[in-house]
Structures are given as structure tokens and as C-alpha cells.
Ligand binder design. Structure first.
Ligand code: ADP
Ligand code: MG
Length: 253
């Protein structure tokens, strides 16, 4: 029988050469199923192909996930809405469907520190990832610093693309420092390029009415707010810090 010279090893070598890692992983199991006559020839090949497809999907998901730079993993289900009654749970659940991404709607979370702005942004980021979307999370100042640095080695255009291309860009912590000149213009360019093409989530501890105090240029502030707010949902969180709640509880305990 010629069959005897076809060893599992030689097949696995070929699978490696063809970069069929998903098939390679399950090959032995599938083979013994087939040997035990549990599956037909066509089922056998179909199962192996399905294993390959699944494995590629998983690695794509992992890649997207890593590239998103989310600071932690917390979902909507981890958010205690009873602690923050100013947030309408219904609005958040609607956002969590990911429909806002289809309409390139922006989301703004406004609230004091510890009220869950980053948590909710991350939760929406996770939802977007599970829908196969590309996501990038950045603190505002990290983005502006990197854009600034990229001018020195002429990689500005490339860096700018990193922020304009993702289906969802999450800009965290706007409002801790004021913004002027180049930094403001860079932010304006990011927002302008994404306008009506991609969704952006921004979180800030300052009310939108105070943003002209962060952006030290009236004209640019108006233009920026125009683009940000045109298609947007603003979630104002009026409540206490969850961090303080934890502190109070431990102190009580
Ligand atoms: P912010 O970005 O508004 O300063 P965070 O989202 O970083 O606040 O929240 C601070 C911490 O408290 C995080 O660990 C977050 O997961 C948690 N947290 C905040 N609000 C809630 C909530 N309502 N339910 C559960 N955890 C919360
Ligand atoms: Mg935060």
C-alpha cells in the first residue's frame, strides 16, 4: 500500500509550508475521526477547512484586539447603572448595538473623574471589536505628543493615518490641559478627516460649553465643535465618582 509512506508528519510538514496552521492543529483528531469511520471523506475535508477558517478568524480578532490598545477589558455588563442614574441605560444599550458606527456618529462622554467615562468608552470599543471593526484607544495627549514628534522625522502623514483610519477612535481625557496652536490644529485635522466617515468617542471632564477654555482659539473651537457635534450623541454623567464609592465602602468596612 502506498498509504504507509504518507505519514502524519509529512502531511503536517506540507500544512506548515502552505501556512495552514488551523488545519495542522486539528489534523490528528480529524484523521482519527475519519479512521474510525465517524465521518465521510467530504465531511473530513470540510471539517478541516472549517478549522482553518475558525483559526484565521481567531487570529484576526486577536490582532485587531491588540492594535486597539484598550487600557482594560470591561463591558457594558460590568457597568452598574444603578450607581449612575443620570445615564439612561437604554441609550447605552442602543450604542452597544454598534449601530452608531454605521452612521459615523460620534459619542461624547462628559462627567467628573471616576464617573465611568473610560469604562463606557472601552465597553463600546469592545463591542466594535466583536463586530470586526478596527478600534484605536488613545489618551488625547499621547496622540498629540506622537503627532508632534512625528514631525521631527517626517512621518507625520503616516502617524496621522493611524488616527484617521480606524473605524472607531477613542480619545480619552480631554480637558486636563488647555490646547493651543499646533496641538489644537492637529486635533482639528484628526476630527476633520474623520468627519462623516468614521466614528469618534471623546471623553471629557469639562462641559462642552467650557471647551473654548480648553481650546484657546475661538474660530477653531467653533469649527471643531461643529464637526464633532453634527452627528453625535452626548452622554452627560452627573454623579459621584465610583472610585470614591469603593473608598467609602472600604473605610466603612
Ligand atoms: P472616568 O474615566 O470617568 O474617570 P473610569 O471609567 O476610569 O472613570 O472609572 C473608574 C473606575 O471605576 C474604573 O475601574 C471603572 O471600571 C469603575 N466604574 C466607574 N463607574 C462604574 C459603574 N457605574 N459601575 C461599575 N464600575 C464603574
Ligand atoms: Mg477616564
Amino acid at each position: 500500500m502506498t498509504d504507509s509512506v504518507v505519514t502524519s508528519q509529512s502531511i503536517e510538514k506540507k500544512l506548515t509550508e502552505l501556512k495552514l496552521g488551523g488545519m495542522k492543529k486539528t489534523f490528528e483528531v480529524r484523521l482519527s475521526q475519519a479512521g474510525g469511520k465517524e465521518v465521510s471523506y467530504s465531511e473530513f475535508i470540510s471539517l478541516l477547512l472549517e478549522d482553518e477558517i475558525q483559526s484565521r478568524r481567531d487570529s484576526k480578532h486577536k490582532r485587531l484586539y491588540k492594535k486597539a490598545h484598550l487600557p482594560f477589558e470591561k463591558g457594558i455588563e460590568d457597568f452598574d447603572f444603578t450607581f449612575q442614574p443620570s445615564i439612561r441605560k437604554r441609550d447605552l444599550l442602543e450604542l452597544a448595538t454598534g449601530n452608531f458606527l454605521m452612521t459615523n456618529t460620534n459619542v461624547l462622554f462628559i462627567g467628573q473623574p471616576g464617573t465611568g467615562k473610560t469604562h463606557l468608552s472601552v465597553a463600546l470599543g469592545l463591542r466594535a471589536l466583536s463586530l470586526g471593526k478596527t478600534v484605536l484607544f488613545t489618551k488625547l495627549w499621547d496622540m498629540l505628543d506622537l503627532l508632534h514628534q512625528s514631525r521631527a522625522d517626517y512621518s507625520f502623514a503616516k502617524k496621522m493615518k493611524e488616527y484617521t483610519q480606524p473605524d472607531l477612535l477613542i480619545i480619552d481625557e480631554l480637558g486636563y490641559k488647555s490646547l493651543a496652536d499646533q496641538a489644537l490644529q492637529d486635533l482639528f485635522e484628526v476630527i476633520g478627516k474623520r468627519y462623516e466617515k468614521k466614528s469618534t468617542i471623546i471623553s471629557s471632564n469639562r462641559n462642552i460649553s467650557e471647551w473654548d477654555k480648553i481650546f484657546l482659539d475661538k474660530t477653531l473651537t467653533t469649527a471643531l465643535l461643529d464637526r464633532l457635534l453634527h452627528h453625535s450623541q452626548v452622554i452627560e454623567i452627573k454623579g459621584e465618582s465610583y472610585r470614591m464609592k469603593n473608598k467609602k465602602e472600604t473605610q466603612k468596612g
